[in-house]
Design a protein around this ligand. Structure first.
Ligand SMILES: Cc1cc2nc3c(=O)[nH]c(=O)nc-3n(C[C@H](O)[C@H](O)[C@H](O)COP(=O)(O)OP(=O)(O)OC[C@H]3O[C@@H](n4cnc5c(N)ncnc54)[C@H](O)[C@@H]3O)c2cc1C
Length: 233
């Protein structure tokens, strides 16, 4: 295995283009795990920042920020903090980054539903320039060569995120997030949906180790249930 250590996004992108079977490396919790090995790893830590700052109404989170730092920062909207804290292992939270997690865009991802519901944006380098893109667009059409530099979320965004798994350290069967009237649902292994509260009804659900398709359908139907007075729990 070769590890490249570029110092600019341009350099990193160039190596990624040249070595087709390569992968970026940030926290390494995914790319250094069994089954995801690559001959060439491109370490982005030479130029990616990890700070969390406020710019106007937005909170800017460097892609290199660890999930533990995101979950502990009082500047970060609670829905994003809670999503990061959903990673159950302290060791993993101390290594895994929000940029690596956002890039993976997993249907059992810690952050995916919360970033979609909160209408987060990613600042990325696409090989030509730096582009600010809604995460919803990124989730649908990203190229594996793009480099996420930071994420931004409106500081006023608040909401709720719920992650349901059979045991705390297992992959989530479903995760659901809501911000105002914006809902996002993810279900293992590959279903992601966002829109209104009922949009989960259009999800194509599959059975896997986390549970049957019917079980996931049931969870999604009650995950944001209202009591008789219309309060959501
Ligand atoms: C035991 C175990 C259980 C896990 N369970 C879960 C889980 O339930 N949910 C979940 O979401 N994740 C899970 N993961 C995966 C992983 O730990 C997290 O997704 C983590 O947040 C990834 O961040 P990282 O910084 O470690 O990424 P890395 O491993 O460094 O990279 C992950 C991927 O993102 C790409 N990438 C990294 N940085 C960037 C960037 N700046 N721009 C563009 N692409 C980039 C890389 O090319 C790579 O494909 C698990 C991993 C392990 C080992």
């Amino acid at each position: 295995m070769r590890i490249h250590r570029p110092l600019t996004p341009e350099e990193a992108y160039g190596i990624r283009k040249e070595c087709r079977a390569s992968s970026y490396l940030l926290g390494g919790t995914y790319v250094l795990s069994i089954g995801h090995e690559r001959e060439d790893l491109i370490d982005l830590n030479g130029f990616i920042t990890s700070g969390i700052s406020e710019e106007g109404d937005s909170i800017i989170i460097g892609a290199g920020a660890k999930l533990e730092d995101v979950s502990a920062s009082s500047a970060v909207p609670p829905i994003i903090r809670k999503a990061a804290a959903g990673c159950p292992s302290l060791q993993q939270r101390n290594m895994a980054t929000i940029g690596g997690n956002a890039a993976l865009c997993l249907a059992d991802g810690y952050m995916t539903a919360a970033l979609l519901a909160a209408d987060a944006h990613v600042l990325l380098y696409d090989g030509d320039s730096t582009v600010n893109m809604p995460y919803r667009v990124y989730a649908e059409k990203h190229s594996p060569e793009w480099i996420i530099l930071s994420l931004s979320i409106a500081g006023s965004k608040d909401g709720s995120v719920k992650r349901i798994s059979r045991a705390s350290h297992m992959h989530a069967a479903v995760t659901a997030a809501v911000c105002g009237d914006s809902y996002a649902y993810t279900a293992s292994p590959s279903s992601i949906m966002y829109g209104n509260r009922d949009c989960y009804k259009d999800m194509d659900l599959e059975s896997d180790l986390t549970g049957s398709a019917e079980y996931k359908r049931y969870l999604l139907s009650v995950i944001f249930k209202e009591d008789r007075d219309g309060n959501q729990s």
